[in-house]
Design a protein around this ligand. Structure first.
Ligand code: BDP
Length: 673
């Protein structure tokens, strides 16, 4: 269905190139080459109703092969270009009427093929393409938070495509399609189970599950995607009854070595482990008085002989703190825990750091830990799943948010040391680095709940490959491939997507404060829902003012974790940007923002306008009704009505709450209850 096919609709766009595609030479027989052939057959049948001859004829109009198979078709310059490319980079070139797709590996060819298919879908003439491309990041990963019972932690798109009723799904065709979608945007790694490894999932690394996990790993492998598993740090105790999981105890180290050897017997190309340790009640090295270098290095040592990696999450904080004790600040936690350990991690450990210091809020400052460890591999973690950004009912195109993070200049090695360059390994010479993100897919027909949320998965992938792409460019690409070329559709949908993040921000928690969500579910408003609980997520609103003082002089000192001049920028209330003011400072309601408005008036105005903007989004959407197929129109319209209800809830509760707290009237005298 149109919903299911996401951005790989393969609708006929340009009849002209039809004959060009009748014969395609694919000069390889690997499992990846088989995927290439299948994709070509599928796409060409769908677009041109042709069944191409897939040959090994060097004279074919299109030749796809790695450099050593086709070097005879290339000139010296082109061979040099390929020699300089990374393993996954490719060259697409027209040599005397012949279109050549080449690189060093079959994986590179797969990416080249998807590049060409994208161009075809965008309506471009591909016969004369001339492209050299390589990914900016080594690791381009998605994390599934799927559980064996079929549920998905923070899943908003139905159930898992991997598991059902306590078993791995038998029919794996949907997993294969997922692999296609991931490969088409350059994703090269996946972890397939929830970072919270509770009961039965602990046994994924045993012979009970490994044969079937190998099947999944094979599917992903044929699309260039390496499989990882999330593990339970206490596995030696849970699986084999050891009396400890202390990373410095010999029998524990031996246990992991044997375990890893066993895993690689089943899956020789296994990627490694994703680990959430000492976080939100998960076990970890702290239990034994050890630190996170001890914990991760033990696993790294076991994985090293197989080139496996440990992706160690830095989402470590005290989740049972006393809310009355203002000396602890959750925002500080990751940096405080990890920064002192710089240089102690093995070279196959990569620290995975959430983009902000808290937890995927609509607006947060960039985590000061990213880039702060010169001698430790790091990667950034985004959340494609819209846990705190509307849960795929409300629209929130997240690419602008991620671009904002990637462009942030840490100044860690002077001007220009942006997050983008840090995670690309260009600032410190990281051996491995890149991006990971919590996926937003499930078994809903359209994969992502709201069909428009497909754009976030697409855009995430595109950004991991080329973070320099503009959010608008990504939106346009996605719309055109997903909904076709119609000018009005393109223009309207681009506006809808591009405005959506700010609109969502407008009607939810203001000025960077975050967290005014319904506890546990995290959808809808509950201003004090977390205010008197133990999670460390406070806004400190009282009758005088609101905000968290994180300054050095009078606050938690969090701002000191930033390099100059960011430290000053945030620490000084006069320079702190409006959109993060309440994250860094506690201010009276009548405090005047740089915009000229008072904080309280800003709250009223953004909440009234946020709701109106949702109404406008819906009106815009309705103008293109005739150009959208019925199922997708219906799905998106339903989501918009949920968003409208939600925005109203937020508007009314936030405005009422702050009106009652502050006693200050809205200047415009709109009705507030
Ligand atoms: C939080 C989620 C929780 C996750 C946790 C994590 O609410 O479900 O387990 O992040 O990242 O955002 O580990």
């Amino acid at each position: 269905s149109t919903m299911y096919n996401m951005w790989l609709q393969y609708k006929i766009v340009n009849e002209n190139n039809k004959d060009f595609w009748r014969e395609v030479a694919v000069l390889s027989n690997s499992c990846i080459a088989r995927s290439i052939k299948e994709e070509l057959r599928f796409a060409l049948n769908s677009m041109y109703k042709i069944a191409p001859d897939i040959t090994t004829n060097h004279q074919a109009k299109i030749v796809i092969g790695v450099i050593k198979e086709i070097s005879g078709l290339l000139n010296g310059k082109q061979k040099e270009i390929i020699a300089d490319l990374p393993e996954e980079g490719y060259l697409i070139t027209n040599n005397q009427g012949q279109l050549i797709l080449t690189g060093k590996t079959d994986k590179a060819l797969l990416y080249a093929v998807f590049h060409v298919l994208r161009e075809v879908q965008l309506g471009n003439d591909v016969t004369s393409l001339n492209v050299v491309e390589g990914p900016k990041n080594i690791l381009r990963m998605v994390n599934q938070w799927d559980n064996l019972d079929g549920s998905v932690e923070r899943g908003y798109s139905g159930n898992s495509i991997f598991y059902e009723n306590g078993e791995i799904v038998k029919d794996k065709s949907r997993i294969r399609d997922y692999a296609r979608f991931l490969a088409s945007v350059g994703i090269n790694a996946i972890s397939i189970n929830n970072v919270n490894v509770w009961e039965e999932e602990t046994y994924f690394i045993t012979k009970k599950y490994l044969p079937e996990i190998k099947e999944i790993a094979d599917i992903f492998k044929s699309y260039g995607v390496t499989l990882y598993l999330s593990i339970n740090f206490a596995s030696p105790i849970a699986i084999d009854g050891l009396d400890t999981a202390d990373p410095l105890v010999d029998k524990v180290r031996k246990w992991w070595k044997e375990k890893v050897t066993e895993i690689y017997q089943y899956i020789p190309y296994f990627g490694g482990f994703v680990v959430k340790a000492d976080s939100e009640h998960r076990p970890g090295p702290f239990t034994y008085g050890r630190d996170h270098a001890d914990g991760s290095n033990m696993l790294a040592e076991a994985l090293a002989p197989y080139n496996g990696k440990v992706i160690w999450r830095c989402f470590v904080y005290n989740c049972v703190q006393d809310w009355r004790d203002r000396s602890t600040d959750r925002a500080r936690a990751a940096y405080d825990h990890f920064k002192p350990l710089d240089g102690k991690f093995h070279e196959n450990v990569i620290l995975q750091i959430k983009n902000g210091p808290m937890d995927f809020q609509v607006r947060e400052p960039v985590s000061p830990l990213i880039g702060a460890m010169e001698h430790t591999n790091q990667m950034v973690e985004f959340q494609i799943a819209q846990e705190y950004t509307g849960q795929q009912r409300d629209l929130c195109y997240l690419i602008p948010q991620w671009k904002h993070v990637l462009k942030f200049d840490t100044h860690i090695k002077g001007e220009g040391t942006t997050i983008e360059e840090i995670v690309a390994g260009n600032v410190h010479s990281y051996k491995y680095s890149g991006l990971a993100a919590v996926s937003n897919i499930g078994n809903d027909d359209n994969w992502t709940g709201n069909t428009l949320a497909q754009a976030n998965l697409y855009g995430y992938g595109r950004l991991t490959w080329n973070p320099g792409l503009a959010a608008e460019t990504i939106a346009k690409e996605w719309i055109q491939q997903t909904f076709g070329k119609k000018e009005s559709v393109l223009k309207t949908m681009e506006e809808i997507l591009m405005d959506s993040w700010h609109i969502y921000e407008n009607y939810t928690a203001p000025l960077g404060i975050g967290w005014m969500v319904t506890p546990h579910s995290h959808y809808g408003p509950n201003i004090d829902g977390y205010e008197y609980s133990r999670w460390g997520t406070y806004h400190f609103a009282d009758r005088q003012g609101i905000g968290v003082d994180r300054t050095i002089e009078t606050g938690t000192g969090y701002t000191a974790q930033y390099e100059m001049p960011n430290q000053l920028l945030y620490n000084n209330i006069d320079t702190c940007p409006d959109e993060l003011l309440l994250f860094f400072h506690h201010v009276p309601y009548k405090y005047t923002l740089k915009s000229g408005k008072t904080v309280i008036q800003h709250i009223y105005d953004t909440h009234f306008s946020g709701y109106e903007q949702v109404e406008q989004l819906i009106s815009k959407w309705e103008t293109i009704k005739e150009h959208i197929d019925v199922p997708r129109y219906k799905n998106i319209s339903e989501r918009f009505s949920m968003q409208k209800r939600n925005a109203k809830e937020w508007r009314d509760q936030i405005n009422t709450y702050f009106y009652r707290k502050s006693g200050i009237e809205d200047e415009k005298r709109r009705t507030i209850y």
